[in-house]
Design a binder for this molecule. Structure first.
Ligand SMILES: C[S@@+](CC[C@H](N)C(=O)[O-])C[C@H]1O[C@@H](n2cnc3c(N)ncnc32)[C@H](O)[C@@H]1O
Length: 275
């Protein structure tokens, strides 16, 4: 009979401490229930029948930093995720970006790269890709390596076709990749002006002169204080009148930087730096 794995609140707190002390990973702001589920899942994968055994595994560094990070954070992403956001950018924001000779865009927490690729496709269709530079950052170097490769599953990409059309895509998504044995390789021109860098929003420095920052579905990992610090970092990185796009379940509403932002579309969490 399979034993039911459990961990107490104290053990969960113990895990957070060990991750911080031994791996330099700060999970203290993570939602407790999802953290508990992820830790239990990892214990099962590592065949640990108790927290004590798992602690031993952690203490002996049987996992690398990236393995621990991968298991605990969720890297789920998709192309043209929340297509209304992409449609709004295409219909209302691109005409402003078009006025800049060089367009700097930062994708903070880009995961495996589906978001930057989606934006690159729409920028290309608008004739803006060649003068855009997309800075793609994430805390996790493994997902960044995957983003760099631009290889995705054929089955998934077929599911993204509807999102692409709903985002206002002018062509067919299949024009942007080559399929081979159940995988697709995105066309190289899409990522030619992408720069991939490991960057932790919790303690990282700001970037310069960004015209738009997209940071979607990352705040879930951060405490309120870390979110506020990150928003400050974004304000410092944006040009005057630069755009900030958060995830549609996230918000800058209760942050100290709110008075420095204009709300462009509250529902889609699209903001603009006032000056
Ligand atoms: C759920 S994915 C979101 C991907 C994409 N932005 C989207 O909305 O589809 C969250 C990503 O945030 C990254 N992340 C988590 N904490 C981070 C931090 N402190 N700094 C930078 N990236 C972080 C994770 O590694 C993960 O790849």
């Amino acid at each position: 009979m399979e034993t039911l794995l459990e961990i107490s609140e104290d053990e969960l707190a113990d895990f957070v401490q060990i991750a911080d002390n031994l791996y330099g990973l700060d999970f203290s702001g993570y939602a407790q229930e999802s953290l508990r589920r992820r830790v239990l899942r990892l214990m099962k994968i590592r065949a640990c029948d108790s927290f004590a055994t798992f602690k031993y595994v952690l203490a002996n560094h049987s996992l690398t930093n990236d393995e621990l990070l991968n298991e605990i954070t969720v890297n789920t992403t998709e192309m043209f995720r929340d297509f209304e956001v992409f449609k709004f950018l295409k219909d209302q924001v691109f005409e402003v970006l078009e006025t800049y000779p060089r367009i700097n865009i930062w994708h903070a927490g880009c995961s495996t790269g589906e978001e930057p690729i989606s934006l690159a496709i729409l920028l290309k269709e608008q004739g803006l890709l060649k003068r855009s530079v997309q800075y793609c950052t994430d805390i996790n170097s493994e997902v960044l390596e995957m983003a760099k490769k631009g290889i995705y599953g054929l089955k998934e990409i077929k599911e993204y076709s509807t999102n692409y059309i709903n985002s206002g895509g002018a062509s067919s998504l299949s024009d942007y990749y080559v399929a081979h044995y159940g995988k697709v390789k995105m066309n190289n021109d899409l990522s030619k002006n992408m720069v991939f860098t490991k960057h932790n929003l919790v303690n990282g420095t700001s970037f310069n002169q960004m015209h738009m920052i997209m940071c979607r579905n990352v705040f879930i990992y951060l405490t309120k204080e870390q979110q506020d610090r990150t928003l400050r970092l974004f304000l410092d990185s944006l040009t005057p009148r630069g755009y900030l796009v958060l995830g549609i379940k996230e918000s800058a509403m209760f942050s100290p930087v709110l008075n420095e932002l204009e709300i462009i579309n509250g529902k889609l969490r699209i903001y603009r730096k006032k000056r």
